[in-house]
Each structure stands twice: as C-alpha cells, then as structure tokens.
Write a new protein. Structure first.
Length: 210
C-alpha cells in the first residue's frame, strides 16, 4: 500500500482575488479549512505550507503548518518546504498529493484516483486539461527534493520547469471523469467571479451573501 501525505499550498498572494484566499468563507468553513478537511479524509499527514507571517484560520491539531523559507518565490518554494518536512520527519512516506487552498470542489475520490495512477516508473502523476498540465492537483514522490532544490538555487521557479526535469506520468483529465464526472477537482479560484461560481456549484451561494 502506498504511503502518501498531503501538501496544501496556502501562501499565495491572491492578487486577482483581492484578499487572502485561505480565509475566504465557503459555507461554514474557510477555503483552507475545507481543503484541509477533504485532503485529510484521504491521506495523512496533511501539511499546510503558509507564508512566513500569514495568519491562518484554526486547523485540526493533526494538520502540520510549515512556513516558506524564502518569501515571494511562488509555489515551487512552497512545494519544497512541504517535501523537505516530509523527508525529514516522515521518512516512511513515499509521496505526497499536492494542491492549493483554492480548490474547494476537490473530491476525495479524485485524490485516490490520481494517487493510484502514480506507478513505479514515474516521479509524479499530473492531470492534463485542454493540453495544459495541472501541477497543483498532482502527486509527487519525495525523492524529487534534490531536483527541486537545484531549480530553486538556479532561480527557475516555475512548476513547469519541474515537470520538465522529472519523470511525469501525464494523465488526460478525461481518465479521471469516472471519479469526478465534471472535473470539479481541477477548478481553482483566482477571481471573485470564480469564487461566486464555485459557491453556486456547491449550493452555498446563499450562505455566503455579503
């Protein structure tokens, strides 16, 4: 049986949203609380990677919070922080499902599905939607830490650069429709319109009227 953890990236600047996405309400929870709950139903431990001085909503005691070591270097820096912590503190863990805190329509069955598609020949399994890889809803082996460190040291901060350096199993999103028919797990929220649309999809628009 695969030993898989979860890493949730929460420290983005949320420029297009205009406010910290981690603390946006989604029904009775914040976005971060909701995503942590969903990921925690599927894998363990769950690590939240936050910016150095970022205020977070209350999270379950079993959720581990780590901080970016170097600010403003994007999701690759945050991924590095999560993977390094797992490598140091949870050596039996082989891999980690990685997502951001702005994926409130994520489904546990989707997480299971993408984890099962990570085979021994690959370092990661990443969905591809409309010809674009979706690296923030993928699963990565902990052993890629040296490659991540090399990219960061070279100032190559794009997750797409990481995908070029490791052996990735690219999974056509349609392969995951059996576990997530509308591919809602691939919807991330960048703008207020995205947020309102996701609330409506979840049947929570009335609960979050401002």
């Amino acid at each position: 049986m695969k030993q898989v953890a979860g890493i949730i990236l929460a420290g983005g600047r949320s420029r297009r949203m205009g406010t910290d996405k981690a603390i946006l309400l989604f029904g009775s929870e914040t976005l971060l609380q909701r995503v942590a709950r969903i990921v925690g139903q599927t894998v363990s431990p769950v690590i939240v990677v936050a910016a150095q001085n970022q205020a977070l909503p209350k999270l379950p005691s079993e959720v581990i919070v780590v901080r970016d070591e170097n600010p403003d270097r994007g999701p690759l820096e945050a991924l590095a922080a999560g993977l390094r912590h797992l490598q140091k503190s949870f050596p039996p863990i082989d891999s980690a499902f990685v997502t951001a805190c702005d994926t409130p329509l994520l489904r546990p069955a989707f997480i299971h599905g993408i984890i099962e598609l990570l085979d021994p020949a690959h370092d990661a399994a990443v969905p591809v939607l409309s010809d674009f890889p979706q690296p923030l809803v993928g699963v990565y082996r902990i052993k890629i830490v040296p490659v991540v460190n090399e990219l960061l040291a070279a100032g190559q901060l794009s997750l797409q650069n990481l995908l070029k350096r490791i052996d990735v199993r690219f999974v056509a999103a349609d392969q995951l429709r059996e576990v997530d028919p509308d591919l809602l797990s691939l919807r991330n929220l960048n703008t207020p319109d995205d947020y309102q649309a996701a609330l409506a999809t979840a049947g929570l628009a009335d609960d979050n009227r401002s």
